[in-house]
Design a protein around this ligand. Structure first.
Ligand code: NDP
Ligand code: TDO
Length: 301
């Protein structure tokens, strides 16, 4: 049963069949109205106003984005439309209608050299096209609609869609040995957990009405930290409890896994503001990985 009241106007979720959009559809109940391409497309700006006009939502969650981190390095314009100018236009349209926008952003807005969990007041310092376009999108959305909440999350995985946990399960099923970077740390986040946090915020907005102090940036990632290697091992250990053979997983250094876009070495984020303002606590990443792996095996014939 969704935490969102059953009665009330529609909540528009962008992002089609993406991870977060799917979790919101699965967990949010009948008021969630999800749109994706081609009906809602940041590359076709006229589809934004047409969607809002057709659905007349009471709130919007923007879960659409360019998430191909390496490809963005060579596709700046498409990434900028999806992550920055598109969300700005969506925010402007929400402002015209006086409705709140929950816009999703990323830990990759940080370079990863702080040496401690980032807080919302830390300056952004992106080192990739993806990170720069997402940082740009945050400030554009906040400037275009005074009723904008930006939720920065990280290392999102789920039982559906393209994500690191599913990549590791597939790779581990085919290979006796894997190599995974062990010197990049962060906070893995279940898209279901993030969807529940968003639904809790929407419920508060509906109950209390919009308050000026809600506007701004919040960190919303899984509780606890690990490395990509740690996440791979946890995933494959859980898969082993479902009968999948545990491969040998070696921790390697970043330079041994070269990629076009440089990932942050340490993008851990602090969720205290989310708890302080909205009373929302994010579940422990380790428990949620177990749950997700279980869901995947439960649905695999
Ligand atoms: N995945 C992750 O690890 C993380 C994600 N985030 C952020 O969380 C949010 C949700 O991510 P997630 O659910 O994982 O993303 P997914 O990649 O699973 O889904 C993204 C969705 O956005 C759609 N999309 C892409 N480009 C456009 C466009 N130009 N116009 C309209 N829709 C478009 C895609 O459509 P199509 O299928 O047609 O391509 C897809 O449906 C994003 O803001 C992302 O930046 C933050 C941290 C980590
Ligand atoms: C598949 C694989 C990756 N890696 C490394 C590469 C990289 O440093 C790290 C993560 O790999 P990926 O490319 O799968 O993840 P990446 O696309 O960098 O994930 C990011 O996506 C965007 C959308 C975000 O917003 C971020 O929070 C983050 O989740 O793991 C290995 O070491 N071994 C492997 O077998």
């Amino acid at each position: 049963m969704s935490i969102l009241a059953q009665a009330g106007g529609p909540v528009l979720v962008t992002g089609g069949k993406g991870q977060l959009a799917t979790s919101l559809v699965n967990l949010g109940g009948p008021r969630i109205h999800c749109v994706g391409r081609p009906d809602f497309d940041f590359d076709k700006p006229e589809t934004l106003a047409a969607t809002l006009e057709a659905i007349k939502p009471v709130a919007v969650v923007n879960a659409a984005a360019w998430t191909a981190v390496d490809l963005a390095e060579s596709e700046l314009e498409g990434a900028a439309r999806a992550n920055a100018t598109g969300p700005e236009e969506l925010a402007r349209l929400c402002a015209q209608r006086g409705i709140p926008l929950i816009h999703i952003s990323t830990d990759y807005v940080f370079a990863g050299d702080k040496g401690a969990p980032y807080v919302e007041t830390d300056p952004v310092s992106p080192e990739t096209v993806y990170g720069r376009t997402k940082a740009d999108g945050e400030s554009r959305a906040l400037a275009a609609n005074p009723r904008t909440i930006v939720l920065r999350t990280s290392w999102v995985y789920s039982a559906h869609g393209k994500n690191f946990v599913r990549t590791m399960l597939n790779a581990g099923a085919k290979n006796p040995a894997l190599k995974v970077v062990g010197d990049q740390q962060g906070n893995p986040t279940s898209s279901d957990d993030l969807a529940e946090a968003i639904l809790s915020i929407l419920a508060i907005l509906e109950k209390d009405g919009w308050k000026e102090e809600f506007a701004g940036i919040y960190h919303a990632c899984g509780t606890g930290e690990t490395t990509w290697h740690g996440l791979a091992v946890a995933t494959l250990q859980d898969a082993a409890t479902h009968g999948q053979t545990m491969p040998d997983v070696t921790a390697i250094r970043t330079e041994d896994w070269p990629t076009p876009a440089k990932r942050p070495a340490d993008s851990r984020m602090d969720n205290s503001k989310l708890k302080r303002v909205f009373g929302v606590t994010m579940p422990a990443w380790r428990d949620s990985v177990k749950k997700t792996v279980h869901q995947i095996f439960a649905h695999t014939p």
